[in-house]
Design a protein around this ligand. Structure first.
Ligand SMILES: [Fe+2]
Length: 204
């Protein structure tokens, strides 16, 4: 692992061990992510840049042995978007190249008798545009719900995504049906000496 990435991994592990809450963890790690994206020309390789023609690609850089952390390089071609989703954990995002767009959603249904996976009503929240060097963080509130991607006509985009667990699955929302379901997320090959994602999951 490149020294810049190794230092970042150490900062992440220390923050998780010492901080009490997701909000404290992301507050501590945001400046480290800023330094990491500023140093990206030193460590980004062709493997980090591997994309996919049909969807955005997730290249695993690091997955913690205890399943408590994962770091991905996401590769976005113009017009590639996530579905509406949440993560079930905190996250820190840093933009290496391009412009990442984030549409947030607010969950406004108030039907406590319904299972939390049905009767879902989402309203669009704010829009965030993240240029190179930008750092964004989120915590479960209880579900940070959003959709991210790169608009058609914009430049290809590279972004670093750190999560508070090995993120191989998450909730995907169907706004029209008012439902959400847990789906597994395809992951590209692990980059460098990162453990394969399934091995990291089974180690949890
Ligand atoms: Fe996300």
């Amino acid at each position: 692992m490149h020294p810049n990435l190794r230092r970042f991994r150490y900062a992440c592990e220390t923050a998780v061990a010492e901080a009490c809450s997701p909000a404290q963890i992301v507050r501590r790690l945001a400046p480290h992510m800023l330094r990491l994206v500023q140093a990206a020309p030193c460590f980004v390789t062709a493997a980090h840049r591997r994309g996919h023609p049909d969807r955005y690609a997730r290249n695993l850089i690091h997955a913690g042995d205890d399943g408590a952390l994962s770091l991905f390089m996401l590769v976005w071609a113009p017009g590639q978007w996530t579905p509406i989703h949440d993560h079930g954990t905190w996250g820190v995002v840093g933009i290496v190249e391009g412009l990442l767009e984030e549409q947030t959603y607010m969950r406004v249904d108030r039907r406590p008798q319904e299972p939390r996976d049905r009767g879902i009503e989402l309203l669009p929240g704010g829009l965030v545009l993240l240029p190179p060097g930008a750092v964004s963080t989120f915590v479960p509130n209880p579900d940070h719900i959003h959709r991210t991607g790169v608009a058609a006509g914009r430049a290809p985009t590279l972004s670093l995504h750190l999560y508070g667990r090995v993120l191989n699955d998450f909730h995907v929302y169907d706004r029209q049906a008012g439902t959400r379901e847990r789906v597994r997320q395809p992951c590209e090959e692990a980059v460098g000496d990162a453990a394969p994602p399934d091995a990291a999951v089974s180690a949890r």
